[in-house]
Design a protein around this ligand. Structure first.
Ligand SMILES: *Cc1c(COP(=O)(O)O)cnc(C)c1O
Length: 431
């Protein structure tokens, strides 16, 4: 199976995190997001232990909460000792409401508003990741007004191609994030930040993309960043104490995808950083990373009920389900691949179907060309694997569909972490 938490029992029924998917669907209804709490925790521990081993005291991995943000996940991440990376007041509020320690909250984003900045300062979050000079000026002004000295990292665009798909590339020189090293802008950015009396610049941040499988991407990024750190040291006398390398390790959506051995990659990366900073005559900085997808993706599964099946002779077969682009827009956005499984025994004859949703768009495709039982019909259950990242967090109410609940699976038990949206919820903001 795709991941260790997906199995079939003796009668061929699909199980997730050791529990029968059918009985969960019967209890909670569909569409349904399932999340394997034990897997989230073991993914957090994998990062925590790898960081401890490779970087030691003071280095920290942060969970990128945009992958899946709700209170229970924040509690789990806090209990596992990670920090959290947020990109909006909503994500900060969610983390704080879950009791997340404010000093371990990092605040990202290329379009922070003054209101966002005031809110985050007032909440005493640990660190801003400042994207640009306008934000820097605003942060200085607002921090001064609140009488706060604020720790900040500066987001730099290293000019790296992460060899991933266009929509999740954030490292090449032409992206909208951060300030590019290439034409000298980044050095000016740092110089300006250092001149601001209520901003304490602890170091640099970069994030080159998501779904990174290429082993050299982080190493190349380090080469660019250490080279820039050396320039800053020589030109401005500034030594970066922290280097945040962003998130991005890839996960397996298909059986044919490679597995990234993250602890091994982190070990090799640590070695590489030590070597490069030593060559540059710089002290080893504290290292931060911000994994999102690789913490929650394989902890998730979405379960749907088949509404109907259409055979367009000689053209296409459709399986239409009770969810779709409203709960998972990722195929529509960037043709994201997924593994789709039949919940009941799948040993009989199979046929190829496009798994599509119930939204009024021809583009409402969850996954084209998937193999499902040839006799699949109304009322059968279908599971889409690896939906823990960027599904719930990207879900919408398009067509006024209520968002599915998130049900957590833990040690053979299950509980609701986010309840299903009701018809009343859908009209709750209407006057
Ligand atoms: C999206 C993002 C992450 C997380 O990326 P994953 O691929 O989910 O690990 C981390 N840092 C920043 C700045 C991001 O934009």
């Amino acid at each position: 199976m795709l991941t260790g938490n997906i199995q079939r029992n003796e009668s061929g029924e699909l199980c997730f995190a050791g529990q029968t998917v059918r009985s969960l669907a019967e209890e909670y209804g569909t569409p349904l997001y399932l999340m394997d709490e034990d897997r989230i925790r073991s993914n957090c521990r994998m990062y925590r232990d790898a960081f401890q081993e490779s970087f030691g005291e003071g280095s920290l991995s942060l969970y990128a909460s945009k992958a899946a943000s709700f209170k229970q996940i924040c509690r789990i991440v806090a209990e596992e000792g990670l920090g959290i990376d947020t990109v909006s007041r909503g994500e900060i509020h969610t983390a704080l409401s879950a009791g997340f320690p404010a000093e371990k909250i990092y605040f990202h984003g290329d379009g922070k508003t003054e209101e966002d900045i005031r809110y985050a300062l007032n909440a005493r979050i640990g660190c801003f990741v400042v994207d640009n000079e306008t934000e820097l000026e605003c942060l200085q002004r607002e921090a001064k007004a609140q009488g706060i000295r604020q720790k900040a990292l500066l987001r730099i665009t290293p000019g790296i191609d992460p060899h991933t798909y266009e929509a999740v590339n954030t490292g090449t020189v032409d992206v909208k994030f951060g300030v590019p090293i290439a034409d000298g802008q980044a050095q000016h950015f740092v110089e300006k930040a250092l001149s601001m009396d209520v901003i304490s610049v602890s170091g640099l941040h970069c994030h080159v993309g998501s779904m990174v499988f290429d082993e050299m991407v982080f190493e190349d990024t380090v080469d660019h960043m250490v080279c820039f750190m050396k320039e800053l040291h020589d030109a401005l006398g500034f030594t970066a104490e922290e280097l945040n390398l962003g998130g991005g390790y890839g996960v397996r959506y298909l059986e044919t995808d490679k597995t990234v051995d993250i602890p091994a990659r982190i070990r090799a990366l640590a070695e590489h950083i030590r070597q490069r900073v030593a060559e540059a005559g710089l002290p080893m900085p504290l290292i931060l990373m911000e994994p999102g997808r690789s913490i929650v993706a394989d902890a998730g599964m979405t379960v749907y009920t088949v509404s109907t099946v259409k055979h367009l002779t000689g053209l296409k077969n459709y399986v239409i389900v009770d969810g779709g682009m409203a709960d998972n827009p990722r195929y529509c956005l960037y043709q994201a691949p997924y593994t789709v499984l039949s919940v009941s025994n799948a040993e009989g004859q199979e046929e190829v179907f496009d798994l599509v949703g119930r939204c009024c768009e021809s583009g409402d495709i969850i996954q084209p060309g998937v193999k499902l039982p040839a006799d699949i019909r109304h009322g059968d259950l279908v599971a889409v694997c690896t939906t823990g990242a960027y599904n719930y967090s990207m879900a919408s109410n398009y067509n006024r569909l209520g968002r599915p609940p998130v049900v957590m699976l833990q040690g053979g038990k299950h509980y609701v972490a986010v309840r299903r949206e009701t018809l009343e919820d859908l009209c709750a903001l209407d006057v």
